[in-house]
Design a protein around this ligand. Structure first.
Ligand code: NG6
Ligand code: CA
Length: 504
């Protein structure tokens, strides 16, 4: 080869490797994203939001070094609808989503575009660890075969699930399509209608349970707790509630480790602090409020573990964590767990009224923190935000177009989520049993004749379902005590029209 062509060749090789380098650098810059979703954590339940009965040092540090939101809302005041809107960017009322039983079919249409689909298109590996509660299968679930469709059909590459809730059977983990630890000679049968097999229930053998339960939670006893629904078999697969946080922590960490070299999205959904609350002995007595407070301490520990692990792996500065909850607080949600949640003036819903199941503010206004060391500047933001916007906001962060009807109800609020602006949504739906609307400081809940069946009868739960229009100024009256609908007829008319427009 002539010298001149050798020089040309060397130059080409140099340019090519430079291009490759910058391509790899660009890939490495794609931030990992972890959504940590707590179950039933109220606005006032952690230290940085005013908790008094329990210490949450890990979350307080995260908030002090991230953005702490004071007016961010989950999609709905119950689990299934909130998670549906988080992962699809669509309000759950559009498909009539409600709290699902443990054998309900998959709620998200596998043909629709989802948040994990968006991440995959952007070149990410996607995983879900923890509580699912979005249904599995097509309606004829056989837990002894491959359980699908599920998360893997809606965009996740990996899944390790608590299939529904901690208080619903089957009390087994599902990894990808398979029940973990299942002995094929001891198959699982599940029913939500009537007793299956001969395992004791909370109704037949209340002397066997660790916590007494209401009639709905008096089905089959597994690991000393009666649950909703009946199951038999799969004994070797039954989870141990007290070990659950460690099991989930291990799975979340191994997913992170396996993907530390490439961009990943992890949806990490805790079982805590949902019922049954059975924290590990490591956390018993960590709060002054009984097991509900201890479960908060445990949840705080789990969060600290993830932050520390990212630091250990050297990827903390390339990882955005979004921390929040799927609905507001609830005290005894079926079990008499002897907690003294209100001791010492602890306010699970903070200054707000209502809680889980409710359209009042505490139903959906939940602790929300974004944390991305080196990128997100520490601040407090009063931007009005909804989790329904997270999908569209992350798509914008990754320069992904939303196509084929993706995220129909989501707005791009990425600047607000990253604390670059405190201007959030101008109008926000609280997609609860009786949907309400926020417009700036105004909160409107339309009159309804509908009764929230058992919720209306449940002690201490204010659903917000009343037979007259309600309008509150949540800035001046955060506890929604003064209904000023009658004095502000024009605002009521405007907000009613906006609510109707969203519904249509
Ligand atoms: C309700 C359960 C409640 C809880 C909830 C789901 C009764 C009386 N109550 O139906 O205990 O499991 O469903 O909670 O059965 S959520 O956080 O997943 O929405
Ligand atoms: Ca919940």
């Amino acid at each position: 080869m002539k010298l001149i062509s050798m020089i040309k060749l060397a130059a080409i090789v140099l340019i090519m490797s430079a291009c490759q380098n910058s391509a790899t650098k660009k890939v490495a810059k794609k931030p990992n994203v972890i959504i940590i979703y707590v179950d039933d954590l109220g606005y006032g339940d952690i230290g940085c939001y005013g908790a008094t009965g329990v210490k949450t040092p890990n979350l307080d540090a995260m908030a002090a070094n991230g953005v702490r939101f004071t007016d961010a809302h989950c999609g709905s005041s119950t689990c299934t609808p909130s998670r549906y809107s988080l992962l699809t960017g669509e309000y759950a009322f559009r498909i009539n989503a409600a709290v699902l039983e443990g054998d309900a079919p998959l709620l998200i249409n596998p043909d629709s575009e989802t948040m994990p689909d968006m991440f995959k298109k952007a070149g990410y590996t996607t995983g879900v660890v923890g509580k699912w509660h979005l249904g599995l299968g097509n309606g004829q679930l056989n837990w002894n075969e491959e359980v699908k469709p599920g998360p893997l059909e809606i965009g996740f590459d990996y899944s390790f699930l608590v299939p529904a809730t901690g208080d619903r059977v089957p009390s087994v983990y599902l990894e990808d399509y398979k029940v973990v630890g299942l002995d094929p000679n001891d198959p699982i049968t599940v029913s939500y209608d009537s007793q299956v097999g001969d395992w004791p229930t909370g109704k037949s053998n209340p002397e066997l349970v660790k916590q007494l339960a209401d009639p709905q939670h008096s089905g089959t006893i597994t690991n000393g707790m009666s649950r909703i629904g009946f199951m038999h078999g799969g004994e070797s697969a039954i989870w141990n509630d007290e070990e659950m946080p460690f099991v989930l922590d291990k799975k979340a960490k191994s997913f992170i480790k396996d993907n530390k070299e490439n961009p990943f999205f992890l949806y990490y959904a805790y079982h805590d602090i949902h019922v049954p609350r059975m924290p590990n002995e490591k956390f018993l007595g960590k709060s002054s409020m009984g097991v509900r407070g201890d479960a908060i301490a445990q949840m705080d520990w789990c969060t600290g573990e993830i932050v520390k692990y990212l630091e250990e792996l050297g990827i903390a500065e390339n990882t955005l964590i979004i921390f929040s909850s799927d609905n507001g607080p609830i005290l005894d949600d079926g079990y008499a767990d002897q907690s003294v949640e209100l001791l010492g003036g602890h306010k699970p819903g903070g200054a707000y009224r209502g809680g889980k199941y409710s359209t009042y503010e505490a139903g959906t206004r939940v602790p929300t923190i974004t944390y991305w060391p080196g990128t997100v500047k520490p601040s407090t933001s009063n931007a009005l935000l909804s989790h329904v916007d997270i999908y569209a906001s992350l798509a914008s962060l990754l320069n992904q177009n939303l196509e084929n009807g993706a995220s129909p109800d989501g707005e791009n609020q990425i600047d607000a989520f990253l604390g670059k602006t405190t201007k959030g949504k101008s109008v926000m739906l609280e997609d609860c049993y009786n949907p309400g609307l926020r417009m700036g400081k105004w909160k409107f809940i339309p009159a309804t004749k509908r009764k929230a069946d058992w919720i209306a009868n449940a002690k201490g739960i204010e659903s917000g379902m009343v037979n007259e229009d309600q309008l509150f100024d949540v800035e001046a009256d955060p506890a929604e005590q003064n209904n000023i609908a009658k004095d502000n007829a024009e605002i009521v008319t405007e907000m009613r029209a906006k609510l109707k427009a969203i519904k249509n």
